[in-house]
Design a protein. Structure first.
Ligand SMILES: Nc1ncnc2c1ncn2[C@@H]1O[C@H](COP(=O)(O)OP(=O)(O)OP(=O)(O)O)[C@@H](O)[C@H]1O
Ligand SMILES: [Mg+2]
Lengths: 260, 277, 341
């Protein structure tokens, strides 16, 4: 038994080393003082971490990615919460078809969505790339919003709304006063999941870039092709810490894992 | 259940219309493009696409990598999940968190790390030359091996998560009962664990398989122009040659493959539910 | 020594840091039916798992049929175990559950078929062969678990509360079946229960456990009539336990002078039937009364705390709230040596 325990520990350690180890290496490489990407790092300095903030295009693309992640997710929630409510509380005609339509962006590879939008909205109609990106990211996040919010609605007894209506609320009032406060956690979880998904998204945004309009991951990809300095490593490390901080805070204060 | 249809429709319609307009219609037009040549319907674009050796290579490579990554992550996943489930609840939660963690990190960042490890002056090559195993650095980056490793790291957490939750739901003492009835560990795996975690395996397998098939970042960074996969090929056809016909064909292939795995998943999930009322 | 089929030697069993069983010494005779009796959480299941090889001991050794099996894997021990949780395989039919072990042993097909059917018939489940275990009632599932072990014809059969979910009639049937099996095949059986009457009725010997320690081992008569301490006495129906000190009967609640002198300072115990009701030096208020067929059982609130007493059903009933005289006859008291406070 003791021996089995050790075998288990070694297996787990190796698996985690494979999954997370490269990450630790990237952090070390980011703190290198040398001018090319290497491990073990040549000396220690924060020079590349600082350099990240000085790359102008990173600043712009970070802003765009933030904008898309925040507003795309909010838009998807504005569309998704009512849909989730309808799917869980009503018997809808063509319910399965509606569900499929809303879930489709998960199944269809993002690169195709991006290309389709480029070809049929941006080029012929003259829609701005930013707007197309916003629409694409909203569509991408929509299935997650519907799913997570549905899950938390399903855990909520439907009779509390009936009670609210009997106590004099309108249908909408009952939703706002009895349901919404109870699914706040689910909505926040959906927001965080959507934010992370959108922020890290590459394929959808691949074709949707114009002069000066690029999401951060796309910008990083382009930068990797051009140079071999540790600034992308530093940026990667910074982004990782950002995601980890968000998820950790969410888990800590909300128990995110209950909803996903 | 409420049955007020107008109310229900009013609630779902915005989302449904949005999904159809922004998503379904453009994608369908794109897919239909390959079937239309000079105003009439034909499959000429498909025939032409598959007649080119490069396209064939890329197609089969994508399938091969998809299967390989799924198979290896299933094997590793089972071993890891079995070990994780055996831990006490607190450390199980912690390890589980560490497995999930990478999923929250930008895949570009995750993949980029492999350059430092597999590159010409990377850790692996330094170790190899340092140990005197090779004189000149070995080429690992921009090979199928590199893409395989990158995909495995990217998608294995999904498999482990599915398998861990499947194993946590194994009925209490079922493994012990089989052991007492004389089953060896391999027999326990084949006769008890595998059939009872089939659903988790299929879910994890679908996620890993479709993820690998439709991967862009990993082949782009670790494969480059040498090791194209379907998505990188699509990108290249469009940006380099403005070849929207090929793009449409590849899009169709990708959708058909992901959709059929998705349907398979749904069927397995449904049959499982049907079997145990 | 050759008659001991199973020997546990200073067995210590632990889950991580929590020790569930301490230094258990136990010899189980060949062909014997031994009962492990004790309250929930005392380590009965843990002991069974160790004998079956599912839990490696933290210390000590286990011998089966003279061989040291401490490190033998469960699949090589040829021990049958009926799990408290049944542990049926949900993906296999009732029949396949029973056939599982035989298939692992690669028995010839016709033999698997015949033996599985026979085992199902033994437990009265012949009509259910093609169902799913989930489609059986709790009691049927329990019998299926029993059949799955019986079909292997193990030399040692461990039963973890095998009858807990059966109704009174089925329970009696299964008891008879187990006794028949023991007589016909000479199988050694260990079964766990926290029902003292079941242990007394069925077992050749009883081990009473408490907090991972075997408190007393003996025949049913010994356990029933000569409990070694307050714990065992309480477990086998001595509901009234008091302490005798300096001529006073004392409890946590108070004391009474008996005017008699007994040496030592032992605990004294009475079953409800031994309490004399209706006359005597002490008085109590009736706070509970229940009819139990042959007799009525009363709970009295007295200066010594609660006292349980019995009176024949045809005696005039005492009303709740009324005062009743009673006596705890010293002559009938069971002395529990060495445990006085
Ligand atoms: N897997 C486990 N991990 C940690 N502690 C355990 C585990 N299983 C049992 N224990 C502890 O070991 C002790 C003995 O448990 P055991 O299951 O042997 O009790 P039991 O006598 O069979 O009780 P019951 O009559 O309720 O079945 C208990 O205190 C229990 O909490
Ligand atoms: Mg138990």
């Amino acid at each position: 038994m003791k021996r089995n325990l050790w075998v288990a520990r070694i297996v787990i350690f190796l698996t985690l080393a494979f999954l997370i180890g490269p990450f630790l290496i990237i952090i070390a490489a980011a703190l290198s003082a040398g001018s090319s990407l290497a491990f073990p790092p040549q000396g220690f300095s924060l020079r590349w971490v600082i350099a990240v903030f000085e790359v102008k295009s990173f600043r712009a693309s970070f802003g765009l990615s933030m904008f898309l992640a925040v507003f795309g997710t909010v838009a998807s929630l504005i569309l998704g919460v009512p849909a989730a409510y309808a799917v869980t509380r009503y018997r809808i005609p063509f319910g399965e078809a509606v569900r499929m339509a809303v879930a489709a962006p998960i199944i269809v590879p993002g690169i195709i969505v991006g290309l389709a939008l480029l070809r049929y909205l941006v080029i012929p109609v003259g829609m701005t790339v930013t707007l197309a990106l916003f629409l694409a990211h909203t569509a991408l996040v929509l299935p997650y919003s519907v799913r997570v919010v549905s899950a938390s609605l399903e855990n909520l007894r439907p009779d509390i709304e009936e009670a609210a209506v009997l106590l004099g609320c309108s249908r909408f009032g009952a939703f706002a006063r009895a349901v919404l406060p109870n699914i706040r956690g689910g909505i926040l979880a959906a927001f965080i999941l959507g934010f992370v998904t959108s922020f890290n998204q590459v394929p959808v945004s691949l074709f949707l870039s114009g002069p000066g309009v690029r999401t951060l991951p796309i910008d990083m990809l382009a930068y990797i092709e051009m140079t071999y300095d540790p600034s992308v490593a530093a940026l990667s490390a910074l982004l990782a810490f950002l995601s980890i901080a968000i998820v950790f805070a969410a888990e800590r204060f909300l128990g995110l894992s209950r909803y996903v | 259940m409420l049955t007020n249809k107008t109310e229900a429709l009013a609630l779902v319609l915005p989302a449904a219309v949005f999904a159809v307009a922004v998503f379904l219609i453009p994608v369908c037009i794109l897919l239909s493009e390959a079937f239309r040549s000079d105003g009439s319907w034909s499959i000429a674009a498909y025939v032409e696409f598959f007649s080119k050796p490069l396209n064939q290579t890329v197609f089969f490579r994508t399938l091969k990598l998809g299967f390989l990554v799924t198979a290896v992550s299933a094997i590793v996943g089972y071993v890891a999940a079995f070990c994780i489930v055996g831990l006490d609840p607190t450390s199980r939660g912690r390890i589980f968190g560490l497995v999930v963690l990478p999923l929250m990190i930008s895949p570009v960042a995750r993949t980029y790390a492999w350059i430092v490890i597999l590159g010409r002056t990377g850790i692996v090559n330094k170790a190899l030359t340092g140990l005197g195993l090779t004189d000149a650095p070995v080429r690992i980056l921009f090979t199928e091996t590199a893409v395989f490793i990158g995909l495995l790291q990217l998608f294995m957490p999904l498999m482990i998560i599915s398998l861990v939750s499947a194993m946590e739901n194994l009925p209490r003492d079922a493994i012990s009962a089989a052991r007492v009835l004389g089953a060896s560990w391999p027999q326990v795996f084949i006769r008890i664990i595998l059939p009872l975690t089939r659903e988790g395996l299929v879910i994890g397998g679908t996620l890993v398989f479709t993820g690998s098939l439709t991967a862009y970042i990993t082949p782009a960074i670790l494969g480059g122009a040498k090791v194209l996969m379907l998505e990188t090929l699509l990108y290249q056809r469009v940006t380099v040659a403005n070849d929207f016909l090929s793009a449409s064909v590849i899009a169709m292939i990708l959708i058909v493959m992901s959709f059929s795995t998705y349907m398979l998943l749904k069927r397995v999930a449904a049959s499982k539910r049907g079997a145990q009322p | 020594m050759s008659d001991d089929y199973v020997v546990l030697e200073r067995l210590k069993l632990a889950y991580g840091e929590t020790v569930a069983v301490h230094d258990l010494d136990l010899a189980i005779t060949r062909g014997e039916l031994l009962a492990l009796l004790g309250p929930s959480g005392c380590g009965k299941t843990t002991t069974m798992r160790a004998i079956a090889g599912l839990l490696a001991p933290a210390a000590g050794r286990i011998f089966i049929d003279g061989a040291d099996v401490t490190y033998t894997p469960p699949s090589k021990r040829n021990v049958g175990l009926v799990f408290q949780s049944y542990a049926l395989f949900p993906h296999l039919s009732v029949f396949e559950n029973v056939a599982f072990g035989l298939r692992i042993k690669r028995e010839p097909k016709p033999s698997i078929d015949a033996r599985s059917r026979a085992a199902l018939a033994t437990v009265g489940l012949e009509g259910f062969a093609r169902r799913n275990p989930a489609e059986l009632s709790g009691g049927q599932q329990q019998r299926l678990a029993l059949a799955r072990s019986l079909v292997m014809e193990p030399k040692l059969l461990l039963l973890d509360e095998p009858l807990s979910n059966l109704d009174a009639r089925l329970r009696l049937e299964m008891r008879t079946e187990l006794q028949r099996l023991q007589l016909e095949t000479g199988v050694t059986m260990v079964f766990v229960t926290h029902d003292q009457s079941e242990a007394l009725a069925l077992a050749d010997r009883i081990v009473v456990m408490k907090d991972g320690i075997a408190v007393q081992t003996g025949t049913p008569e010994e356990i029933y009539n000569r409990p070694r301490d307050v714990f065992v006495a309480d477990f086998v129906g001595f509901d009234n336990i008091l302490y005798f000190r300096n001529g006073m009967l004392t409890s946590d609640f108070g004391s009474t002078d008996t005017g008699e002198e007994l040496p030592g300072s032992d605990a004294l115990a009475w079953r409800p039937a031994e309490v004399i009701l209706g006359s005597g030096p002490m008085q109590g208020r009736v706070i509970g009364a229940s009819f139990a067929g042959q007799y009525r059982e009363y709970v009295l609130d007295t200066g010594l705390g609660k006292i349980k007493a019995q009176a024949p059903a045809d005696a005039p009933p005492h009303t709740i709230g009324g005062l009743v005289a009673f006596e705890l006859p010293l002559a009938k008291a069971h002395r529990l040596p060495g445990t006085g406070k």
